[in-house]
Design a protein around this ligand. Structure first.
Ligand code: TYD
Length: 208
């Protein structure tokens, strides 16, 4: 596949959105076709699953299966076709979020998640982003940011201890595949964070 696939991760409140928009513009200026999308979501079916996952109570396995079902539809209908056309896909969260939230946060079995990842993303090769930008924010700082936010969903309503577990999940994924990640301290001024985002993308040769 000739396209460029970048995902964006971090605990709730880490401030991904403005940087995703910034990168959309940076790629567009270079003449690239850009799809900005999100998980769970990105297709009508996956968006329906998103609203269930964010609003209905369920156990950790159900949650994991629903986010992977949403991901499958998203990959088949949107991500793979765009990458095969050589386009840019900027995805607000991908599988690292499942390991962090369902694995770390909810305590669901890491090995089962790895198997689901192989099933859902594997064909000949495992589909992974070329670059994952991880907005790493201390859970205490994120909690303060979220306190002033809109009506919280099922995840945003969780106590800080949950986000400590989520952050530990991200750290574990980072250590397992650190070449893929750009770990950015997200409690700096936004323009400093943005400079690091741009540097990470350029370093991967994706904006040249
Ligand atoms: P988020 O990406 O924060 O969007 P918004 O900023 O619009 O609220 O919301 C998605 C939520 O879904 C977030 O709390 C993390 C959670 N999530 C999972 O639990 N597992 C997953 O696999 C994914 C992709 C997201």
């Amino acid at each position: 596949m000739n396209g460029s696939f970048v995902s964006f991760e971090g605990i709730d409140g880490a401030g991904k959105s403005t940087h995703i928009e910034g990168l959309r513009n940076a790629f567009a200026v270079k003449g690239r076709v850009v799809t900005v999308t999100r998980e769970p979501g990105g297709t009508p079916l996956a968006e329906s699953l998103r609203s269930l996952v964010l609003n209905d109570s369920m156990d950790a396995m159900t949650e994991a299966l629903l986010v992977f079902a949403a991901r499958r539809d998203h990959i088949v209908r949107v991500i793979r076709p765009a990458l095969e056309r050589g386009e840019v896909v900027l995805c607000d969260r991908f599988t690292d979020a499942t390991f962090a939230y369902q694995g770390g946060g909810r305590g669901f079995d890491w090995e089962v998640l790895s198997q689901l990842e192989q099933w859902v993303q594997g064909a000949e090769v495992l589909l992974q982003p070329q670059l994952t930008i991880w907005f790493d924010l201390p859970p205490g700082v994120a909690a303060a940011r979220l306190a002033s936010a809109r009506v919280p969903d099922r995840f945003e309503a969780q106590p800080q201890a949950f986000f400590e577990q989520v952050a530990a999940g991200y750290l574990r994924r980072f250590h397992a595949d650190s070449e893929r990640f750009a770990r950015i301290q997200a409690d700096q001024a936004p323009e400093l964070v943005w400079a690091e985002v741009l540097a990470a993308v350029r370093q991967k040769g994706l904006l040249s």
